[in-house]
Ligand binder design. Sequence first.
Ligand code: SAM
Length: 251
Amino acid sequence: MAAPSFPLWTARVLTLFPDMFPGSLGQSLSGKALKNGIWGLETVDIRDFARDKHRSVDDAPFGGGAGLVMRPDVLTDAIEATVRRSLPDGTQVGDMPCLYLSPRGRLLTQARVRELAKAQCVTFVCGRYEGVDERALESSGVEEVSIGDYVLSGGEPAATVIIDSVVRLLLGVVGDPATLDEESFEEGLLEYPQYTRPREWRDREVPEVLLSGHHDRIKAWRRQQAERITEQRRPDLWSDYASGKNKGSAD
Ligand code: SAM
């Protein structure tokens, strides 16, 4: 596939640690796609927007307590300058998603990842320390997104996770796009078990049906396994899936 003249998708990352990028995104599928210009990566050093000679970006929390909080003035200047900057093809990024990575945010889902992949550019604001001054979030209108119910030391690993999940959906990144349709979460289910050679290993056999060459039976077996695993491991997903299924059969 010929390289596109402009990236299909651009990630802009506002961070105090620009050297953390591309990091793992520079390897394997995402790394190759970055090199081929399928997606683009821009980092913005939040510290460049500091207002004093010490280049301070944080301060003690009002009300007391441990740690430091990122200042609203510095961070908002960085966000506004970034959002104002157009893409290489002249497109304005003003109304494109701007995410603040945050454990308080809405949990990331594959459905949201698919939506983000449709935007031309997504801006990621990475917090550090105890987080950021609430007023910066209010005034810039960023969307708070969490990658899970645990606390990281900074937003950079979370941005990396989201960028990775988006990039693999872009045209030309994964060799056979059909593989993306059968993955966990695509139909509200976890994936069925996968097997490869050797056919027998440590007294364990590959399920007979997978060797049958009978596509309908294989499809039915995989669906049944995906349902079994989802029901066992993720009652939350299972109840949504099962209620959709019941609704379908009632129609
Ligand atoms: N004091 C914050 C709290 O209790 O919610 C945690 C701050 S954390 C040490 C520093 C930064 O890491 C956050 O500002 C955020 O950008 C990022 N971060 C931490 N956990 C995250 C998560 N689960 N998802 C997304 N970003 C996260």
